[in-house]
Design a protein around this ligand. Structure first.
Ligand SMILES: [Zn+2]
Ligand SMILES: [Zn+2]
Ligand SMILES: [Zn+2]
Ligand SMILES: [Zn+2]
Ligand SMILES: [Zn+2]
Ligand SMILES: [Zn+2]
Length: 417
């Protein structure tokens, strides 16, 4: 038997290359037919024309030992086949045009069964706001029907919806970010103050119903009012201009409801927000100041406590508010006891004050004053003085008031009505 001629069959440039043994044999038959009568000694590369302008290439490994002329007795040994690389992830768009291209991107619109749809670099459409691609056919559309140009990452859309340029609203701060109209309005609502064009950055926390729904208006920093019910160092409740005004016309118990409901709403915030502070209801002494500051009303600490107690036992009060009020109950008891002690001490000081006046022959003045308030921390004793006796009580240039303050060891002040 003749020595076989070792060849490598290169079918990388052959479109529609053989995929099984039968097809390979058929191709080889054609190759042998072409080679019959030719010499293989001249070259190591033989290009074999196939039908339809196709070719395959034969690399002759040991051409010098090949027979002078190929005939029926020539034996070939195919030592290797160079095949085109298989593209496992083919671009769907290219495939439809009969071209095989690698598709690095996924287009979910092109998915077929469990076969994920693929798209090549050239056919991939990536629109702003999300690092995902589609093919042109599956490019997302805006709700208006036009081709979308960006994904909205606002609160309402969270990257699920895409919009066209006509329905795009840019970030007001010039940040390279766009929103759909709804998300924009949600994130940057107009200030509720009339004629103000600013963005309302502070949401009104006024509670408008028994289920603790809030007003929903927003106001800019200039027009919003911070109702400092948690003391000076914690962010108070934000109020729109309308509701800041409304505070003044509310009944006392409605004020208490706003304080409790507003605090309950603050607790509803996400636990992951580390800016969230653990808020309790304000102490009765602070509530007393709230009434003084926001409504110029001086209330007895007992009557404030009563209003909290009534709300706590009102069966329309929801669970969160009730729990807040239950926690608060202990603090209220402490505040009441402290007020009791302060009141007793204040009255004691007041008795000393009237005795001091009588001892100085000023019984008439003593008969026309009454105890108003005692603040031990600022060492202040407030007294009510009937207007006609004001001058005599204070004395020329405040001399009498100073004298009694010195003798009693407490600063005496006239309670302003
Ligand atoms: Zn493609
Ligand atoms: Zn697609
Ligand atoms: Zn949106
Ligand atoms: Zn649109
Ligand atoms: Zn404003
Ligand atoms: Zn409001």
């Amino acid at each position: 038997m003749n020595r076989p001629v070792n060849v490598v069959l290169d079918i990388r440039q052959t479109s529609d290359p053989p995929t099984d043994a039968a097809e390979l044999r058929e191709l080889w038959t054609r190759v042998e037919k072409y080679l019959a009568g030719t010499s293989l000694r001249a070259t190591e590369k033989v290009v074999v024309p196939l039908r339809d302008d196709q070719t395959c290439v034969l690399w002759i490994q040991d051409r010098l030992r090949a027979p002078d002329r190929v005939d029926d007795t020539t034996v070939f040994s195919i030592r290797g086949v160079l095949e085109p690389a298989t593209v496992r992830h083919r671009c769907t768009t290219c495939s439809a045009a009969g071209v095989v291209t690698y598709g690095p991107f996924l287009c979910s619109g092109c998915d077929q069964g469990d076969q994920p749809g693929r798209v090549c670099d050239e056919h991939a459409v990536v629109i702003e706001g999300r690092m995902t691609a589609t093919c042109a056919r599956h490019r997302p559309a805006c709700s208006c029907g036009a081709a979308a140009t960006f994904w909205c990452n606002g609160e309402l859309c969270r990257g699920r919806n895409a919009f066209c340029d006509r329905h795009r609203v840019g970030h007001p701060g010039g940040v390279d970010m766009s929103y759909c109209r709804d998300c924009f309005r949600q994130k940057f609502p107009d200030c509720a103050a009339q004629g103000c064009n600013s963005t309302g950055s502070i949401a009104c926390e006024f509670v408008v119903d028994g289920r603790r729904a809030t007003c929903g208006n927003a106001a800019c920093a200039r027009h919003a009012y911070r109702w400092q019910i948690f003391g000076p160092h914690k962010r108070g409740l934000g109020l729109c201009p309308e509701h800041a005004l409304r505070l003044k016309s509310l009944e006392d118990r409605q004020i208490v409801f706003q304080i409790v409901a507003g605090t309950a709403n603050r607790r509803r915030g996400p636990r992951t927000d580390n800016r969230r502070t653990y808020l309790r209801l304000p102490r009765l002494t602070i509530v007393r100041h709230i009434f003084i500051n926001s409504r110029s009303r001086k209330l007895e600490i007992h009557s404030i406590d009563r209003m909290f107690g009534e709300l706590q036992h009102d069966n329309r009060t929801d669970g969160v508010m009730r729990r807040l009020l239950q926690e608060h109950e202990k603090i209220r008891k402490e505040d009441l006891a402290a007020a009791e002690r302060d009141g007793a001490r204040g009255r004691e000081l007041f008795d000393k004050l009237t005795a001091w006046l009588r001892a100085r022959g000023r019984a008439e003045v003593a008969n026309h004053i009454s105890f108003a308030d005692y603040r031990p921390r600022s060492n202040l004793l407030f007294v009510n003085v009937e207007p006609e006796y004001l001058g005599r009580f204070i004395g020329r240039g405040g001399a009498e008031k100073r004298a009694v303050s010195n003798d009693l060891g407490v600063r005496v002040e006239v309670e302003r009505k």
